[in-house]
Write a protein that binds this ligand. Sequence first.
Ligand SMILES: [Fe+2]
Length: 200
Amino acid sequence: MADDLITLVTTDHRELQRLFDMMKSDRSSRPLALPLAVAMLEAHSEAEEDRVYPAVAREAGEKAEAEHAAEEHHEAESLGKHLLEMDWESAEFDRALEQWIGAVEHHMEEEENDILPSLSQAVGPERLRELGLEFATRRSRKLVGMPLKAAGGTGSRSQQPATGETRAELYEKARELGVEGRSSMNKEELAEKVHEAEGS
Ligand SMILES: [Fe+2]
């Protein structure tokens, strides 16, 4: 499997779809599949809002689309959490499940048909790979509390800065420090801005 952003996001979408289909066709799978789908969607959405949508807004110039997509995430998250509070064998659950799945499917379609192709056109394959690793590491941090070890740090395409930190780690620090424009910075620029912000 390729590790560019488009492939990773689309693969995650297919996995969510698989859980949705399972819950629709087999009620007994719901107690296992529902928390998985809710947690996956939350980690997926946070990683996109944190790592992907800033690039969609700044690098692809699609600010309104990025904002709209983030709103859809929030709507889907609250529908998903509401399901966790319901009796999964009830008719009410069936209706709410259908509504949730419909909202998420609509969002995934927009992302795959409009947002990701715009980003893909605006940035090169190298940047898509970098964004893919940032997305995956942020998603991992949310899902299991740990980033991916390899993210942003291996291969000839990225140099380690003097601090030995990966771009993903520096990005995380920049985010915590509120460094503006961090999405479009390379590792060296991030290291410099983080250093400046920590010193101030
Ligand atoms: Fe999304």
